[in-house]
Design a protein around this ligand. Structure first.
Ligand code: 4NP
Length: 154
């Protein structure tokens, strides 16, 4: 046999609203934490306002200060096709999760989970949006905790 049995998700999509703050940061942090593993990681937004844009500069700066380079990422909108291409979809908050579920194709049973489910020790039920709160470091603290938990389960 060439491959061991596949124990878990191999293609993971992180989803927020704009795809310029939380989900690109989640993608970058997860990439760093799972380096060398055979995973497909991507991110998308339920909204279309920022399609084609690089992550929001203050988010990039806060991430860069921790060693995560988000500069090559470009925003795109989540689509129903993503249900066919990923085997785990990770939402940053309940609104994102609802927006994702609205596009679920019939018969598709790909799990959609909250990122914060992977960091129960934080007590957080969502990753607060730093585009509105201005707290990019707080968002990164939580994203790192969630990514650590998710990476440990892969
Ligand atoms: P994100 O933050 O969902 O973490 O990328 C947002 C960025 C921009 C907007 C909304 C959320 N916006 O409406 O422009």
């Amino acid at each position: 046999m060439d491959h061991p049995p596949n124990p878990g998700p191999r293609a993971i999509l992180f989803v927020c609203l704009g795809n310029i703050c939380r989900s690109p940061a989640a993608e970058g942090v997860m990439r760093a934490m799972t380096g060398g593993r055979d995973l497909v990681l991507d991110s998308a937004g339920t909204g279309s306002w920022h399609v084609g844009e690089a992550p929001y500069p203050p988010m990039q700066e806060a991430a860069r200060a921790r060693g995560y380079d988000l500069s090559a990422l470009r925003a795109r909108q989540f689509t129903a096709r993503d249900f066919e291409e990923f085997d785990l979809i990770v939402a940053m908050d309940e609104d994102n999760l609802a927006g994702i579920e609205r596009l679920r194709p019939a018969e598709n049973d790909v799990p959609v989970v909250l990122f914060t489910d992977h960091a129960p020790e934080t007590g957080a039920r969502a990753v607060p949006d730093p585009y509105y709160t201005g707290d990019f470091d707080g968002a990164l603290d939580l994203i790192e905790a969630c990514a650590r938990g998710l990476a440990a389960r892969l």
